[in-house]
Design a protein around this ligand. Structure first.
Ligand code: GEK
Length: 239
Protein backbone atom coordinates (compact mmCIF):
# COMPACT_ATOMS: atom_id res chain seq x y z
CA UNK A 1 0.00 0.00 0.00
CA UNK A 2 1.30 3.47 -0.93
CA UNK A 3 2.26 5.92 1.83
CA UNK A 4 -0.11 8.92 1.56
CA UNK A 5 -0.13 9.79 5.28
CA UNK A 6 1.25 13.32 4.92
CA UNK A 7 -0.43 14.13 1.57
CA UNK A 8 -2.91 16.35 3.43
CA UNK A 9 -1.69 18.83 6.05
CA UNK A 10 -2.09 17.23 9.50
CA UNK A 11 -2.15 18.85 12.94
CA UNK A 12 1.54 19.71 13.55
CA UNK A 13 1.09 18.84 17.23
CA UNK A 14 0.31 15.20 16.43
CA UNK A 15 3.55 13.27 16.75
CA UNK A 16 4.61 10.33 14.62
CA UNK A 17 3.64 6.93 16.06
CA UNK A 18 3.84 3.40 14.70
CA UNK A 19 0.07 2.93 14.49
CA UNK A 20 -1.98 0.79 12.08
CA UNK A 21 -1.91 3.50 9.40
CA UNK A 22 1.91 3.45 9.46
CA UNK A 23 2.12 -0.36 9.68
CA UNK A 24 -0.09 -0.65 6.58
CA UNK A 25 2.21 1.50 4.42
CA UNK A 26 5.51 0.70 6.16
CA UNK A 27 7.33 -1.16 3.32
CA UNK A 28 6.55 1.67 0.87
CA UNK A 29 7.41 4.37 3.43
CA UNK A 30 10.78 2.91 4.34
CA UNK A 31 11.77 2.08 0.74
CA UNK A 32 11.03 5.65 -0.41
CA UNK A 33 12.62 7.33 2.65
CA UNK A 34 15.67 5.23 3.57
CA UNK A 35 18.18 4.74 0.74
CA UNK A 36 19.95 1.41 1.07
CA UNK A 37 17.32 -0.16 3.34
CA UNK A 38 17.08 -3.30 1.14
CA UNK A 39 20.88 -3.67 1.09
CA UNK A 40 20.99 -3.40 4.87
CA UNK A 41 18.31 -6.06 5.26
CA UNK A 42 20.06 -8.42 2.83
CA UNK A 43 23.40 -7.92 4.61
CA UNK A 44 21.81 -8.60 8.01
CA UNK A 45 21.09 -12.06 6.64
CA UNK A 46 24.68 -12.50 5.45
CA UNK A 47 26.17 -11.22 8.74
CA UNK A 48 23.81 -13.34 10.82
CA UNK A 49 24.81 -16.48 8.92
CA UNK A 50 28.46 -15.72 9.62
CA UNK A 51 28.11 -14.95 13.33
CA UNK A 52 25.15 -17.05 14.54
CA UNK A 53 26.24 -20.02 16.62
CA UNK A 54 24.50 -23.31 17.40
CA UNK A 55 22.19 -23.16 20.40
CA UNK A 56 22.19 -19.34 20.62
CA UNK A 57 19.48 -16.72 20.21
CA UNK A 58 19.29 -14.00 17.52
CA UNK A 59 17.36 -10.86 18.46
CA UNK A 60 15.60 -8.38 16.17
CA UNK A 61 14.81 -5.39 18.41
CA UNK A 62 12.24 -3.00 16.91
CA UNK A 63 11.31 -5.62 14.34
CA UNK A 64 8.44 -3.77 12.58
CA UNK A 65 7.11 -6.13 9.90
CA UNK A 66 9.91 -8.65 10.42
CA UNK A 67 12.16 -7.87 7.42
CA UNK A 68 15.41 -8.41 9.37
CA UNK A 69 13.93 -11.45 11.13
CA UNK A 70 13.10 -13.01 7.75
CA UNK A 71 16.54 -12.19 6.35
CA UNK A 72 18.15 -13.98 9.32
CA UNK A 73 15.70 -16.86 9.11
CA UNK A 74 16.45 -17.41 5.42
CA UNK A 75 20.25 -17.21 5.74
CA UNK A 76 21.13 -18.94 9.00
CA UNK A 77 21.86 -22.64 8.72
CA UNK A 78 22.59 -23.18 12.44
CA UNK A 79 20.33 -24.35 15.21
CA UNK A 80 19.15 -20.99 16.60
CA UNK A 81 15.99 -19.29 17.78
CA UNK A 82 14.99 -15.78 16.67
CA UNK A 83 13.28 -13.39 19.08
CA UNK A 84 11.65 -10.35 17.43
CA UNK A 85 10.42 -7.51 19.64
CA UNK A 86 8.33 -4.45 18.83
CA UNK A 87 6.05 -2.36 21.05
CA UNK A 88 3.64 -1.46 18.24
CA UNK A 89 0.65 -3.83 18.39
CA UNK A 90 -0.13 -3.05 14.74
CA UNK A 91 3.38 -4.00 13.63
CA UNK A 92 3.42 -7.17 15.74
CA UNK A 93 0.05 -8.31 14.41
CA UNK A 94 1.11 -7.84 10.79
CA UNK A 95 4.56 -9.36 11.30
CA UNK A 96 3.06 -12.46 12.93
CA UNK A 97 1.10 -13.03 9.70
CA UNK A 98 4.26 -12.55 7.62
CA UNK A 99 6.13 -15.12 9.73
CA UNK A 100 3.20 -17.56 9.71
CA UNK A 101 3.20 -17.48 5.89
CA UNK A 102 6.95 -18.19 5.80
CA UNK A 103 7.78 -21.86 6.10
CA UNK A 104 11.45 -21.83 7.11
CA UNK A 105 12.54 -24.10 9.95
CA UNK A 106 14.07 -21.64 12.42
CA UNK A 107 11.66 -20.93 15.31
CA UNK A 108 10.62 -17.28 15.66
CA UNK A 109 9.04 -15.75 18.75
CA UNK A 110 7.45 -12.34 18.23
CA UNK A 111 6.96 -10.33 21.40
CA UNK A 112 4.89 -7.14 21.71
CA UNK A 113 6.96 -5.30 24.30
CA UNK A 114 9.16 -2.29 24.86
CA UNK A 115 12.73 -3.32 24.02
CA UNK A 116 13.83 -1.66 27.27
CA UNK A 117 11.98 -4.38 29.21
CA UNK A 118 13.20 -7.43 27.30
CA UNK A 119 15.91 -9.79 28.54
CA UNK A 120 18.79 -10.43 26.15
CA UNK A 121 20.42 -13.77 26.96
CA UNK A 122 22.71 -16.23 25.17
CA UNK A 123 22.76 -14.00 22.08
CA UNK A 124 25.04 -14.44 19.06
CA UNK A 125 23.42 -11.74 16.88
CA UNK A 126 21.45 -8.69 17.97
CA UNK A 127 19.90 -6.38 15.37
CA UNK A 128 18.84 -2.81 16.08
CA UNK A 129 17.91 -1.76 12.54
CA UNK A 130 16.81 1.89 12.79
CA UNK A 131 15.26 1.48 16.26
CA UNK A 132 17.66 2.96 18.84
CA UNK A 133 16.99 6.41 17.34
CA UNK A 134 13.46 6.31 18.83
CA UNK A 135 14.65 5.89 22.44
CA UNK A 136 15.53 8.77 24.75
CA UNK A 137 19.29 9.20 25.19
CA UNK A 138 19.54 7.75 28.74
CA UNK A 139 17.67 4.63 27.70
CA UNK A 140 20.13 4.09 24.84
CA UNK A 141 23.08 3.62 27.22
CA UNK A 142 21.15 1.12 29.33
CA UNK A 143 19.95 -0.85 26.30
CA UNK A 144 23.41 -1.11 24.75
CA UNK A 145 24.85 -2.23 28.13
CA UNK A 146 22.13 -4.88 28.41
CA UNK A 147 22.84 -6.10 24.86
CA UNK A 148 26.58 -6.24 25.52
CA UNK A 149 26.02 -8.32 28.68
CA UNK A 150 23.60 -10.66 26.87
CA UNK A 151 25.89 -11.32 23.93
CA UNK A 152 28.14 -14.37 23.96
CA UNK A 153 31.86 -13.79 23.33
CA UNK A 154 32.36 -13.23 19.57
CA UNK A 155 28.71 -12.23 19.15
CA UNK A 156 27.67 -9.11 17.23
CA UNK A 157 25.37 -6.13 17.41
CA UNK A 158 24.25 -4.65 14.06
CA UNK A 159 23.25 -1.07 14.80
CA UNK A 160 21.68 0.91 11.94
CA UNK A 161 20.78 4.53 12.57
CA UNK A 162 19.91 7.81 10.90
CA UNK A 163 22.81 10.03 11.96
CA UNK A 164 23.60 13.73 12.04
CA UNK A 165 26.91 15.41 11.29
CA UNK A 166 28.88 17.71 13.60
CA UNK A 167 29.95 19.96 10.73
CA UNK A 168 27.06 22.23 9.68
CA UNK A 169 28.11 22.23 6.01
CA UNK A 170 28.12 18.43 5.86
CA UNK A 171 24.81 18.25 7.71
CA UNK A 172 23.22 20.61 5.18
CA UNK A 173 24.65 18.86 2.11
CA UNK A 174 23.57 15.41 3.28
CA UNK A 175 20.11 16.66 4.34
CA UNK A 176 19.62 18.29 0.92
CA UNK A 177 20.59 15.06 -0.82
CA UNK A 178 18.22 13.05 1.35
CA UNK A 179 15.45 15.53 0.46
CA UNK A 180 16.27 15.05 -3.23
CA UNK A 181 16.08 11.26 -2.75
CA UNK A 182 12.62 11.53 -1.21
CA UNK A 183 11.42 13.91 -3.96
CA UNK A 184 12.78 11.57 -6.63
CA UNK A 185 10.67 8.86 -4.98
CA UNK A 186 7.49 10.90 -5.37
CA UNK A 187 7.14 12.66 -2.00
CA UNK A 188 6.01 16.29 -2.26
CA UNK A 189 7.49 19.19 -0.27
CA UNK A 190 4.32 19.21 1.86
CA UNK A 191 4.64 15.51 2.68
CA UNK A 192 8.33 15.84 3.51
CA UNK A 193 7.73 18.86 5.75
CA UNK A 194 4.74 17.18 7.47
CA UNK A 195 6.73 14.04 8.30
CA UNK A 196 9.71 16.09 9.49
CA UNK A 197 7.50 18.03 11.94
CA UNK A 198 5.85 14.82 13.17
CA UNK A 199 9.26 13.22 13.80
CA UNK A 200 10.67 16.18 15.75
CA UNK A 201 11.72 14.97 19.23
CA UNK A 202 10.55 11.46 18.26
CA UNK A 203 13.53 10.45 16.13
CA UNK A 204 16.64 11.90 17.77
CA UNK A 205 19.76 11.31 15.71
CA UNK A 206 23.30 11.27 17.06
CA UNK A 207 26.65 11.43 15.28
CA UNK A 208 28.52 8.32 14.16
CA UNK A 209 31.22 9.25 16.69
CA UNK A 210 28.69 9.25 19.59
CA UNK A 211 27.37 5.84 18.58
CA UNK A 212 30.88 4.42 18.31
CA UNK A 213 31.88 5.93 21.67
CA UNK A 214 28.83 4.42 23.41
CA UNK A 215 29.57 0.96 21.99
CA UNK A 216 33.26 1.12 22.86
CA UNK A 217 32.48 2.36 26.40
CA UNK A 218 30.27 -0.69 26.91
CA UNK A 219 33.19 -2.94 25.96
CA UNK A 220 32.69 -3.85 22.29
CA UNK A 221 36.16 -4.68 21.02
CA UNK A 222 35.70 -3.79 17.36
CA UNK A 223 33.21 -1.25 16.05
CA UNK A 224 33.11 -0.53 12.29
CA UNK A 225 30.82 1.29 9.91
CA UNK A 226 30.03 -1.31 7.26
CA UNK A 227 27.34 0.68 5.41
CA UNK A 228 26.51 4.31 4.82
CA UNK A 229 24.22 6.10 2.38
CA UNK A 230 23.50 9.78 3.06
CA UNK A 231 22.48 10.05 6.76
CA UNK A 232 21.81 6.32 7.11
CA UNK A 233 24.57 4.09 8.39
CA UNK A 234 25.09 0.75 9.99
CA UNK A 235 27.73 -0.31 12.51
CA UNK A 236 29.00 -3.79 13.17
CA UNK A 237 30.09 -4.16 16.78
CA UNK A 238 31.75 -7.37 17.93
CA UNK A 239 32.10 -8.54 21.55
C1 GEK B 1 13.23 -3.16 9.93
N1 GEK B 1 13.91 -2.85 12.25
O1 GEK B 1 12.36 -3.20 9.04
N2 GEK B 1 10.35 -0.82 22.00
C2 GEK B 1 10.03 -1.65 20.98
N3 GEK B 1 9.91 -1.24 19.70
C3 GEK B 1 10.09 0.06 19.45
C4 GEK B 1 10.42 0.98 20.45
C5 GEK B 1 10.55 0.50 21.78
N4 GEK B 1 10.87 1.29 22.80
N5 GEK B 1 10.55 2.22 19.90
C6 GEK B 1 10.29 2.07 18.58
N6 GEK B 1 10.02 0.77 18.31
C7 GEK B 1 12.88 -2.56 11.25
C8 GEK B 1 12.62 -1.09 11.09
S1 GEK B 1 11.35 1.00 12.37
C9 GEK B 1 12.36 2.25 11.73
C10 GEK B 1 12.48 -0.37 12.40
C11 GEK B 1 11.67 3.42 11.16
C12 GEK B 1 9.71 0.16 17.01
C13 GEK B 1 8.60 0.83 16.24
O2 GEK B 1 7.34 0.36 16.64
C14 GEK B 1 8.96 0.46 14.81
O3 GEK B 1 8.31 -0.71 14.38
C15 GEK B 1 10.46 0.27 14.83
O4 GEK B 1 10.87 0.32 16.19
C16 GEK B 1 11.27 1.33 14.07
O5 GEK B 1 14.38 -3.60 9.77
O6 GEK B 1 10.44 3.42 11.03
O7 GEK B 1 12.43 4.42 10.85
Amino acid sequence: MKDKIYKKPLDPLVKFTFNKQVADVFPDMIARSVPGYDTTIAMIGVLAEKYATDGSVCYDLGSSLGAATLAMRHHISKNVKIVAVDNSAAMVEKSQKVIDRDHSNIPVEIICEDIRNVNVLNASVVVLNYTLQFLELDARDLLIEKIYKGLNQGGILILSEKVRFQDNGTQKRITDLHLAYKKANGYSDLEIAGKRTALENVLISETIESHKARLEKCGFKSVNVWFQCLPFMSLLAEK
